[in-house]
Design a binder for this molecule. Sequence first.
Ligand code: ATP
Length: 228
Amino acid sequence: MIGLYGGTFNPIHEGHLRAAEEVVEALDLECMVFVPSARPPHKSEAGDDVIAPAKLRLDWVTLAVRGNARFAVDAIEVERPGPSYLVDTIRALRARHSGSELVFTAGQDAFNEMGTWREPGELFRLAHIAVTTRPPVRRGSLADWLPECVRSEVEIAADGLSARHREANTWIRQLPVTALDISASRIRALLRAGRSIRYLVPERVRAAIEASGCYTAGPREGEEDTIS
Ligand code: ATP
């Protein structure tokens, strides 16, 4: 089984990396493929908040996964023109990895929105789905927050932690992971405020982000920490 970890990764951070590591271990995946979204249909720029160029976000993800033999990156969405619809990506990756089942990995917040994504019913047929916890962690049964459109298509286990698609035989599983309350939006806000992002992202990613000057007016000078 191969994991797919989709996201804007604007920028990638330790919350993403730790969750991916724990999913790989829990499901004994061959590997986890990070797929940065080029033009995320559900995220927009507001005020000073920017979406960094896709090529930069891809470079940062590549730097972040380096050294982990079970992590990989696929540039498929960056190379494909038009909006980055997950359903197109999963179809293409199923063809590319035809001998393996795919497990799409989503945090609870992303999973909760999947009903609004393109062809949501198909998403649940094409791949298994691992739903990782993310602060603020929601406990309870999948029945409480399963997208409406797949409700009648899946059978939820008695403990509420998993479900099986009646026709496609794909599954959905809740997977608790170490709670790291880190978000890309907070990292961008810190950078805009001229504050440190050290230890929230891998060190080489921090260096690359700061050198790009992407979320600030320009590259930061010096190495001084400004967290008070
Ligand atoms: P933003 O703050 O800009 O909305 P984000 O931090 O949520 O970004 P995304 O790239 O949108 O990052 O997230 C990609 C995937 O990673 C989503 O499925 C999301 O739920 C999951 N994720 C993000 N941060 C964490 C975290 N701290 N712990 C576990 N999962 C996370």
